[in-house]
Design a protein around this ligand. Structure first.
Ligand code: BG6
Length: 492
């Protein structure tokens, strides 16, 4: 149920994110009656656009990328009436008067008493300037609430993130800032807490007495696509590790919150980052491996190497793959290695978390190889969503032929889960920031990542390992796992 009427000002209305995700998410929310009937969206862009052309554009986006397709034209017309367009050059303070008039006229049209959501789907260099211009242009003076939804990247290191935060805090308070990490909007990422804290089965085992290691994988088959201008400077470390990978780690490793409210949950998450062992620049090589894809094949199709991609420097040292071994130095996790890996152009699109439990104190049963598989809990995030618990059992009709069996739950079989952005939009409009990142999380995440970046920025080129497109990354990664008697589990 939607309680809040609102006007959303969407900066970057003709950009890639809006096109692929944002309109589709708004439409799904509308169809599911999760938007208040009094709402308006003002798309902001630099070019001029007639209202009809803007509406047609949104329709194309929904047709192409929407989870829910348009079935009823009458209903579509009712939805699209809520969208207006404002031509604004965000760097020109005077243009904010045009925007202000547009907002006020929509508020009047729909009878909305001033709740304003400013959504920054624009280049990160503009975040600070736009928020200052919003304030100076009087747009943040409203009788209702005001909120800022901001996309990543939030800075490029700790210092730049801090400067950005100080700049936007001139206009929005911490409670009004909703920093998006779209992984937190994913159904199965949110489900991690439920699985852990609503089942008496797991929590007693969820510690270093029973867990041997944790493995978090986010692999993609796509390459850099059209984003080289951004990615060349970001690399996989800033693009995936600083945010999505650490967020998943926090969800898996946090203590139970005292209550299910946003501050209690985020307090526990941030404690994980406080206990996360930070590496010195000189020791990074012992814990992290980086790679870059070379040409190879994906789904039977030849694909170029990273350095041959459009707008990538021929000598580029940007990493497209990162693997790491992390430790959380607290009572619960001391000594448990947490292996992470993420990369582009890998063998499979897959995000999953594997919890590997310790071996039995003594083996009474063996599998055919004379061994016994460990118990595994696999949390599948994307694109398959679900859970598997791998146990050992006797094969029917045999006496002691023990082999792994899989208890499987599928979360999105037969019905599609909402897209991350649907949930995040809804929460931002309703004022729930649980699944958004708080400043102290962002700051600590950068403090962890910065020395790794520094080490790589000054390292010799031979610490960047090449891997074939379509593989699981450089073989060098095994040296992180081998000392712990571990290897990657591929259970899907
Ligand atoms: C984004 C990164 O945050 O996440 C992209 O910038 C990456 O490089 C994407 O492709 C992966 O998201 P998902 O939801 O497809 O796993």
């Amino acid at each position: 149920q939607a309680l809040n009427p609102f006007v959303m000002v969407m900066f970057g209305a003709t950009g890639d994110l809006a096109k692929r995700k944002l309109y589709a998410a708004l439409y799904s929310l509308y169809r599911n009656k999760l938007l208040h009937e009094k709402f308006a969206v003002i798309g902001v862009g630099r070019s001029s656009k007639e209202p009809d052309a803007f509406h047609t554009y949104i329709r194309e986006c929904v047709d192409q990328f929407g989870r829910l397709k348009v079935e009823d034209e009458h209903d579509w017309r009712k939805f699209i009436e809520h969208f207006a367009y404002a031509r604004v050059d965000v760097s020109k303070p005077e243009d904010y008067q045009i925007l202000r008039q547009a907002v006020e006229s929509q508020e009047k049209k729909w009878g909305i008493a001033g709740n304003r959501l400013f959504y920054m789907a624009i280049a990160p260099e503009l975040f600070g300037m736009v928020s200052t211009n919003l304030k100076n242009g009087g747009l943040t003076q409203t009788s209702g609430w005001k909120r800022l939804v901001i996309e990543k990247p939030f800075g490029k290191d700790y210092l730049s993130a801090k400067a950005l935060n100080e700049e936007i805090e001139q206009t929005f308070s911490e409670e009004e800032i909703y920093r998006i990490d779209h992984y937190l909007g994913k159904e199965m990422v949110q489900n991690i807490e439920v699985i852990r804290f609503a089942n008496s089965l797991f929590e007693p085992l969820w510690n270093n007495n029973f867990i041997k290691n944790i493995q978090i994988t986010a692999s993609e088959t796509v390459g850099v696509e059209e984003r080289a201008a951004y990615y060349e400077h970001a690399g996989a470390l800033r693009d995936m590790v600083q945010n999505h990978m650490l967020q998943m780690l926090m969800m898996v490793c946090m203590e139970p919150p005292s209550a299910l409210n946003m501050e209690a949950i985020r307090d526990e998450k941030v404690k994980v980052l406080r206990s996360l062992r930070r590496y010195q620049v000189e020791e990074v090589d012992n814990y992290f491996v980086r790679g870059q894809y070379a040409e190879g094949t994906i789904n039977g199709q030849p694909v170029p190497g990273y350095r041959q991609e459009h707008n990538v420097a021929p000598e580029s040292a940007t990493e497209t793959f990162v693997a790491g071994k992390l430790f959380i130095d607290n009572f619960r996790w001391a000594g448990v290695p947490i292996f992470i890996r993420t990369g582009k152009r890998m063998a499979k699109k897959m995000t999953e978390i594997v919890i590997e439990f310790k071996e039995m104190p003594k083996y009474l049963y063996f599998n055919r190889e004379g061994n016994l598989n460990p118990n595994l809990l696999v949390i599948r995030i994307n694109p398959d969503e679900g859970l598997s618990l791998i146990l050992n059992a006797k094969r029917p009709g045999t006496e002691d032929d023990v082999s792994p069996i899989e208890l499987e739950f599928c979360n999105n079989c037969g019905k599609e889960s909402p897209e991350a952005y649907e949930r995040l939009f809804y929460d931002a409009i309703e004022g729930d920031s649980t699944f958004f990142t708080r400043w102290d999380e962002v700051a600590l995440a950068w403090k962890f990542v910065d020395p790794i970046r520094q080490a790589w920025d000054k390292a010799a080129a031979d610490t960047l390992f090449s891997y074939q497109a379509g593989s699981w990354g450089p073989l060098e990664v095994e040296r992180l796992l081998a000392p712990h008697g571990a290897h990657w589990w591929q259970v899907q």
